[in-house]
Design a protein around this ligand. Structure first.
Ligand SMILES: C[S@@+](CC[C@H](N)C(=O)[O-])C[C@H]1O[C@@H](n2cnc3c(N)ncnc32)[C@H](O)[C@@H]1O
Length: 382
């Protein structure tokens, strides 16, 4: 696509974006409906829109949207050629909103990572782990030591150009597109075949499907969410992946639980401010507010408090959020620990023999993983 066409397509999309109509939502709507564009053109347009929001605070507010997009693309080229050209102080001042400074340790590596393109991760079902790299190509395993040895070949970074959603392998449920940090939540939960788990905020089922694979489709997962539309997508995804050991139910996060079952494990993949996804989704940097962080932290603590009584003695509770703010993450985990002396902090990765006594709260930093940022905490009931 010529540069001028790319600029005008990106401009048309940006002009429709607002706090109520986020960039990723507008992109999905506009590009999804366009049957004439080639997938590579759609990718270039998405990238240009995201680059615009990545460099938003560098751009001349008085200029036209189109010339601002062009400036953002120039800044990205300059950054990609030599990231050190941008001083960490400048990145700290412009790449994120001011309120973040008191919520996150903004290291130079973290800030530089925020300004680069996001990696794409897939999770292949174990039985197809050898075949998928041969059929798709451009797949490389993650070097993260947090992935159990036996699963190293199932977490793969894709660097090709094909639209993965259209591949027969995706449509047959051979693999899921799932960020590395999200996959690590499944490994932290470490459910065993035959156990009974509750995925309290299952959404569209990204983690439910992973838990099921780790349980070899044996045992039962209660997958709940307050959003029935998301649960409907979960059911479709489960059918595609041939996941059968789950029950999808509505739960609004309140004190009335969807079942009297006592669980071997509970995963609370809670709603959060999503700051850990700001590399992938830079528009959210400019729409997320300190008030969102405060309200979401309260909801997270409430979800933990309401779900915890359903844990069996000896059961494992895992709290995960794809954010890195102190108000969510550590403050919530510490407040919950204080209120529940019957729950003992447990190593996040206790399934890994190399870290049997590791930390019970862990930040997964995006620049270390080359993935989303995530916080995970774990407890065990006495
Ligand atoms: C981080 S997302 C879950 C993502 C999902 N676990 C996955 O891996 O695909 C958080 C989910 O919590 C749900 N949610 C938000 N508030 C809730 C509440 N008060 N009670 C229950 N679920 C809630 C949202 O609908 C959303 O699907």
């Amino acid at each position: 696509m010529p540069d001028s066409a790319l600029l005008s397509r990106a401009t048309l999309i940006i002009d429709q974006v607002s706090a109520e109509n986020p960039a990723d939502y507008v992109l999905r709507g506009v590009l999804g409906a366009d049957k004439d564009l080639h997938p590579s053109e759609k990718r270039d347009i998405s990238r240009a829109v995201f680059i615009y929001y990545r460099w938003f605070n560098w751009l001349d507010k008085a200029a036209s949207t189109q010339s601002r997009v062009a400036s953002a693309l120039d800044l990205q080229r300059k950054f990609d050629a030599d990231p050190s050209w941008f001083k960490p102080e400048t990145l700290a001042a412009r790449a994120v909103p001011e309120w973040v400074h008191s919520e996150i340790e903004l290291t130079p590596d973290y800030l530089r990572h925020l300004q680069s393109d996001a990696a794409l991760w897939v999770r292949v079902q174990k039985e197809f782990a050898a075949a998928l790299p041969r059929s798709l190509g451009n797949l490389a395993p993650s070097p993260s030591p947090l992935i159990p040895e036996s699963r190293r070949d199932t977490t793969l970074r894709y660097s090709g150009q094909t639209d993965l959603f259209r591949t027969p392998e995706f449509q047959q449920g051979v693999f899921e597109i799932q960020d590395l940090a999200s996959q690590l939540v499944g490994y932290a939960a470490a459910p065993k075949p035959g156990e009974t788990w509750w995925d309290t905020c299952a959404g569209e089922g990204g983690k439910t499907l992973h838990l099921s694979e780790l349980m070899e489709n044996k045992g039962l997962i209660w997958a709940s969410d307050r959003n029935n539309g998301r649960l409907a997508t979960l059911r479709k995804r489960a059918a595609r992946a041939q996941v059968f050991n789950y029950r999808a139910v509505t739960w609004n996060g309140g004190p009335f639980l969807p079942t009297k079952t006592k669980f071997d494990g509970i995963l609370i993949d809670a709603p959060c401010s999503g700051v850990g996804t700001w590399q992938r989704n830079p528009h959210a940097r400019w729409t997320t507010t300190p008030n969102d962080v405060k309200e979401l932290a309260e909801i997270q603590l409430q979800l933990l408090n309401h779900a915890a009584p359903a844990l069996k003695p000896g059961g494992r509770l895992v709290y995960a959020v794809c954010t890195l703010t102190k108000s969510e993450t550590t403050k919530v985990a510490n407040a919950f620990s204080t209120a529940h002396p019957d729950l003992i902090p447990d190593p996040v990765f206790n399934g890994d023999p190399t870290t049997p006594s590791g930390p019970s709260q862990l930040h997964l930093w995006p620049h270390e993983l080359n993935a989303n940022g995530m916080f995970i905490a774990a407890w065990k009931r006495k």
